[in-house]
Design a protein around this ligand. Structure first.
Ligand SMILES: [Ca+2]
Ligand SMILES: [Ca+2]
Ligand SMILES: [Ca+2]
Length: 418
């Protein structure tokens, strides 16, 4: 078991102890975070903290606790000044921040070695307690380092712009490169939806470089680190993504997996929860088609056509439109595979079953051009031109809410596939 893991057990015990009310000071400090994403990974977190109680910087000097500055931008300088005046009085700092209302969790003030130099830094997650901000509490994550006997801000997550609703997630070697990283999140809420952004920062190298390219964001997310692919190194997983508004359209939750590529955390996989909406069967078929996975696309288009148990979003007329689109796409996909007989059968099925649908005209344009020119690319260009002058062609997939993709004439027959 790694040192960090041992230490994480200490803090878990500490938090559990406070939650059971056995320690008055800690239970008072463990204030509930006013975060709408409070479920899940918010607290407790696996953070090595034992140094907080085992390492003493020096003999503190008793100085008066500073009053809360009016401007949140002055919190950090005031904290640094207090630490220098008091010669590093951590208990006094905790009392100060609690008196300000700036600490939401007992684990929001830690002594932990984030830069791997063998000495603990002070890690603070603070918020502006102004009730004006509510769930969008303005805050910061600070690393205060001490060199030459003086404290200074080694890292500020907020920088010039306050970090909304900050939550510390991890202090650990997350990517297995032998150096410690910090992971934290920030959540901001609009009228309908809260978005959480997760940041990973290389702290053990001392550079405090952000490793996710500006943050990994998702709506209503439950973020955490877990070994997704079984290689022994944890990935960043964001699960959620649904938006709290009817206008958003039909939705399905998804898991986004951010993996370490040796330089940064990059999105390596996006996996949707199963959904019984016909619309999503079409989207999955379209994705398979665009990926050149024609066999999968055929299976999915066929399901969309043949399975009456798939749900429509608003009205039954969607089924008519989406089935016609699927029959057209089935014919196109078989053509892409060079399976002309099956392609013709799909075309004939559409012409026979839904002769009045716009996609009966589109499949006719496709085939007329294909047989005349012998080029699927040219046929696709003709379809694109036709779709550009017939809005019904794109309306079938364009009206599923703002959480879902648009659909353009160029997407009716993706010419660049051929
Ligand atoms: Ca250190
Ligand atoms: Ca690392
Ligand atoms: Ca892994």
């Amino acid at each position: 078991m790694s040192n960090a893991r041992v230490l994480s057990l200490v803090v878990l015990s500490l938090v559990a102890f406070s939650l059971f009310g056995c320690n008055e000071d800690l239970s008072q400090a463990a204030l509930p975070a006013p975060s709408p994403t409070g479920a899940g990974f918010v607290s407790p977190v696996p953070i090595p903290t034992a140094e907080r109680t085992t390492v003493s910087i020096s003999s503190p000097t008793v100085v008066p606790l500073p009053p809360r500055p009016d401007d949140f931008g002055n919190y950090a300088p005031t904290i640094v000044e207090y630490l220098n005046d008091s010669k590093g009085d951590e208990d006094g700092l905790r009392a100060t921040l609690e008196s300000w209302g700036a600490l939401r969790q007992v684990t929001d003030l830690l002594r932990v070695d984030v830069d791997d130099d063998g000495t603990g830094e002070l890690l603070l997650v603070i918020v502006d307690p102004s009730p004006d901000y509510g769930i969008n509490a303005r805050g910061d994550l600070l690393i205060l380092d001490r060199e030459g006997g003086r404290f200074s801000v080694a890292y500020s997550a907020a920088g010039d712009t306050p970090l909304l609703d900050p939550v510390l997630m991890e202090v650990d070697d997350l990517n297995g490169n032998g150096h410690t990283e910090l992971a934290y999140s920030s959540t901001s809420c609009g009228a309908h939806t809260c978005f959480t952004t997760v940041y990973v920062v290389a702290s053990g190298t001392g550079t405090y470089e952000e490793l996710t390219g500006g943050g990994a964001e998702m709506a209503y997310v439950d973020p955490g680190f877990r070994d997704w692919d079984g290689d022994g190194i944890r990935e960043l997983l964001l699960y959620g993504g649904t938006i709290g508004s009817v206008g958003a359209g039909p939705q399905r939750a998804r898991t986004e997996v951010y993996g370490w590529d040796g330089v940064a955390y990059v999105l390596v996989e996006s996996v949707y929860d199963p959904s019984n909406f016909l619309y999503f069967r079409i989207l999955d078929a379209n994705s398979a088609f665009l990926a050149g996975e024609y066999d999968s696309a055929i299976v999915l288009y066929r399901e969309a056509i043949d399975d009456p148990g798939l749900d429509v979003w608003m009205q039954e007329s969607e089924r008519e439109e989406l089935v016609a689109f699927s029959r057209y796409r089935l014919s196109l996909t078989y053509l892409a595979l060079g399976q002309v007989d099956q392609a013709r059968a799909a075309r004939d099925e559409l012409l026979a079953e839904q002769p009045d649908n716009i996609y009966a005209q589109i499949v006719a344009v496709l085939w007329d051009t294909y047989l005349r020119e012998g080029s699927l690319r040219t046929a696709c260009e003709e379809v694109t031109a036709f779709a550009g002058s017939h809005p019904q062609a794109t309306e079938v997939l364009a009206d599923y809410g703002y959480a879902n993709p648009t659909f353009t004439p160029e997407e009716v027959c993706p010419t660049n596939m051929f």
